[in-house]
Design a protein around this ligand. Structure first.
Ligand code: PHB
Length: 391
């Protein structure tokens, strides 16, 4: 097989890249080790920045997003006895949208499924430091293939094979594993809140999010080693009611249809480019979910890389490929900081001094317009300006 771009991974980053390239007449082939059903069903993030929404709409993927996405102009921050609204729209003129990553992936598969080889095994990258890189894999019928390409893109997540293809002595990583994780549930009950609630509580962070007017998404900070089997539905609802509780407000419960524990990690690995291999999204960086940056960051990488690939294939220009890493990393580090900051402000560690510092910071963010604006402009997302010029 021969193509222009071989993409490893059919998550949102790989699929979006393939879609944006096809709009520019650039061919790509995607290999994915999971099944289509798995990729379409996995529950992940749910908040899209305005620029992410604009990019999806501009590329023809706006139909369901516009009819089913929920625009949100703010969030609630809370601690025992107090709930405050941070008004993003008033502070920044921008909003965010609730639309599950699962839905973004379904929309992308609607246009790109034909480019994907699902359920492949033994994926390996070859000769990425030459100008004839390739990807080999075995398809679900046991037949071995090689995709020869001009460029290989690793969009295969934190555990994927792409990043380790870069020789270890060339790689540098920055990493923090937090001692806690998020127990997340999806429940068939209308959300009990208009805006997302981020709640600090001495027993640990809790959050009320949503996926639709009928579907709530809620999270609890739990110990990293916690076992999901130890959390019955009743125990989860009791703990959510305690941590999210506020006089005069009640949390409605309902059947839990999905339950899982996600570890929390900050991670950045460079280089994001090695020869003809480019990394996007979780393959190069992970943020903890507080602040909902992961998917948006992957989309921003893809936007920057798309312009660079377009310049390469249409004009044989390499300058944008050469500056991809620097431009992507600037945003990666900004979001890594913001996600770490939100996480550190809201998750309890059991330390008394930390608790008072967190409460002091929360009170400041909720009472100072300058502090609230700083949170708001990071949450709604810094513009994709570099990526969008010339598109
Ligand atoms: C979600 O709805 O899954 C969600 C929302 C906001 C976050 C993290 C996750 O900060």
């Amino acid at each position: 097989m021969r193509t222009q771009i071989a993409i490893v991974g059919a998550g949102p980053a790989g699929l979006l890249l393939s879609h944006l390239l096809s709009l520019r007449g650039i061919e790509s082939v995607i290999v994915e080790n999971r099944s289509r059903a798995y990729v379409e069903a996995r529950i992940r993030a749910g908040v899209l920045e305005q620029d992410t929404v604009d990019l999806l709409v501009d590329s023809g993927l706006g139909d369901r997003l516009k009819s089913q996405g929920l625009r949100h102009d703010g969030i609630h921050l809370q601690w025992p006895g107090e709930r405050h609204r941070i008004d993003f729209h008033a502070l920044t003129g921008r909003s965010v949208w609730i639309y599950g990553q699962t839905e973004v992936v379904k929309d992308l598969l609607g246009v790109r499924a034909d480019a994907v080889h699902f359920e492949v095994t033994q994926t390996a990258l070859h000769d990425v430091d030459s100008d004839r890189p390739s990807v080999s894999f075995v398809d679900r019928d046991g037949v071995a293939h090689v995709v020869e390409a001009d460029i290989v893109v690793g969009a295969d997540g934190f555990h994927g094979v792409s990043r380790p293809t870069i020789p270890a002595p060339l790689r540098r990583t920055w990493e923090r594993d937090y001692p806690y994780g998020w127990l997340g549930i999806l429940a068939e009950v209308p959300p009990s809140t208009d805006e997302l609630i981020y709640a600090w509580h001495p027993r640990g962070f809790a959050m009320h999010s949503m996926r639709s007017p009928q579907l709530s998404r809620l999270y609890l900070q739990v110990d990293r080693a916690e076992n999901v089997e130890d959390w019955s539905d009743d125990r989860i609802w009791d703990e959510l009611r305690t941590r999210l509780g506020l006089d005069g407000w009640t949390l409605a419960d309902g059947p839990i249809v999905d339950k899982g524990i996600t570890p929390m990690r900050s991670f950045v690995s460079t280089p994001m480019r090695h020869g003809r291999l480019f990394l996007v999204g979780d393959a190069a960086h992970i943020v903890p979910p507080t602040g909902a940056k992961g998917l948006n960051l992957a989309v921003a990488d893809v936007a920057v890389l798309t312009e660079a690939l377009d310049a390469f294939f249409t004009e044989r220009r390499t300058d944008l490929l050469d500056s991809y890493e620097e431009r992507a990393l600037r945003r990666v580090w900004r979001c890594t900081h913001f996600s770490w900051w939100m996480t550190s402000m809201l998750h309890t560690s059991g330390d008394d001094l930390d608790q008072q510092l967190q409460l002091a910071q929360l009170r400041y963010v909720c009472s100072s317009q300058a502090a609230a604006t700083s949170l708001a402009e990071n949450y709604v997302g810094l513009p994709h300006e570099l990526a969008r010029s010339g598109s």
